[in-house]
Every structure is written in C-alpha cells, then in structure tokens.
Design a protein around this ligand. Structure first.
Ligand SMILES: *Cc1c(COP(=O)(O)O)cnc(C)c1O
Length: 236
C-alpha cells in the first residue's frame, strides 16, 4: 500500500502544479479552484490515502456507489459530491450524505430535492447541469432553458442553486472545448448581471482529467478529476 500511497502523492503534486500553472496563466489564484477527486474507479482504501494527502472533497458519479463509499469512509470528514445523474427515487437517501449535487437536470428533480430539503429542515445545495456540447447522449438542460429554470427557482425554496456544471464534448478540438466552457461562464455571468440569481450563484463546475486546464483558464471554480490521479495504479 505504501507504493500506492507514494504514487498518489506524486500524482497529486503534479496535478496541483498543473492547477497552479493554469490559474497563473489566467491571472487567478489556485485557491479559487476546488479540486473534487472523482473516485468511481477506486475503492475506499484509496479514498483513505487521498484524504491523508489532503483531498477531502470526493465525487462519485453513481448514487448507490456514493452510499456504499460513504459508509465505508464514515470516520473521515469528507465532503461528498454527486457528479452523475440522480434518479428521483434515490434522492431521499442521497441528499443527507452530500455537500453538493452537481447534476440537476430537470424541474421534477428540483421538486423532489425541494421536498427532501423540507423533510430534512435544511436547504439542498445544487448546481444546474447544462448540456454545453449539444450532444444528445449528454445530460443537462439546454443552455437556452437555463434562464427560464432560474426564473422559477422560487418554487423550490429548499433548493439552493450555487451555479452551473458542464461536460465538454467528445473528440473535439481544444478550441471547441474552450468555447463550450466559455459558454457556461458567459451564461453564469449573464444570470448574475441580470439579477435573476443571488450572490451565492457563483460556481462553475467544469473540467476533468483531459481538459481541466482549459476549464480553469475559462473560469472553473470546481474541477472534477479522476483518472489523472490514478495513473500507475491498479484500479481493478
Ligand atoms: C468520471 C467523471 C469525472 C472524472 O473524469 P476523469 O476523466 O477520470 O478525470 C468527472 N465528472 C464526471 C461527471 C464523471 O462522471
């Protein structure tokens, strides 16, 4: 296990250097960027190691997998993120475990989350997922829907929308990736300047192992990185 720990430590050093360099290139501070480590490829023993190396924001793409790992890592003060689709019948069990749901993509889910928040007696922090690539296989609201959704948020007082999330398209050029991330940033900025959203609508969750540097240059406040951290490790 110490080999694995050393490897993860080294991968984290490289990752943090790349985050800092991308931040500097765009006149930003690396502290503005939250690293969510996506652990869908690895087990709880690796999450333990990540935590020892300072990673306490952990993401999972499937609710059931998140529930399981939450149990397995109960003793660690981890902030869990759901980054993949949430089926409404899994909301009740997921909401109490997570600090942010990145992947809200329907009004029905907003309604369900509002009810969960009511039962729990606290607001549920979420991001709205936007289909920035336009690919039909991708999740998320079409960008042009977002102002309408945001305009209806007072129907869901127990949901607090903190910003937007997006995933870039497959097999496209860096210039196209950059344009898709810029679209997400411009959408957030327009919502803020129009006064449609409150001061807590700040987050842009964008960028994964293959494109987090471009995402940071385009304003990401949260990046979701998995495979880049697990290079050289058997992930079964
Ligand atoms: C798996 C996953 C990631 C991490 O992807 P990597 O390319 O392994 O860094 C980020 N976001 C979502 C929604 C994912 O499902």
């Amino acid at each position: 296990m110490s080999d694995v720990s050393d490897r993860i430590k080294a991968n984290l050093v490289t990752l943090r250097e790349r985050i800092s360099a991308a931040a500097r290139r765009s006149d930003r501070s690396p502290e503005e960027i939250t690293l969510v480590v996506v652990t869908k490829y690895v087990g709880p023993e690796i999450i333990q190691i990540l935590f020892q190396h300072g990673c306490n924001e952990i993401g999972e793409s499937r609710p059931q997998e998140l529930w399981r790992k939450f149990e397995q890592c109960r003793d660690l003060p981890i902030r869990w993120h759901l980054v993949g689709p949430l089926q409404r019948n899994k909301a009740q069990r997921t909401v109490p475990l997570v600090s942010l749901i990145h992947s809200v993509e329907s009004r029905l889910l907003l309604e369900t989350l509002d009810r969960c928040g009511q039962k729990l007696g606290h607001v549920v922090p979420v991001l709205l997922e936007v289909n920035i690539s336009g690919e039909s296989a991708k999740h998320g609201f079409p960008p042009e829907e977002i102002p309408k959704v945001v305009d209806q948020l007072d129907r869901f007082p127990r949901v607090e929308v903190r910003g937007l999330m997006g995933i870039s398209g497959l097999n496209i050029t860096v210039a196209e990736i950059r344009r898709q991330f810029a679209t997400l940033r411009e959408l957030r900025d327009r919502l803020v300047s129009s006064g449609l959203v409150g001061p807590r609508f700040t987050e842009l969750s964008m960028g994964m192992s293959g494109d987090f540097e471009v995402a940071i240059e385009e304003g990401a406040t949260i990046i979701r990185v998995g495979s880049a951290l697990f290079e050289g490790i058997e992930t079964g």
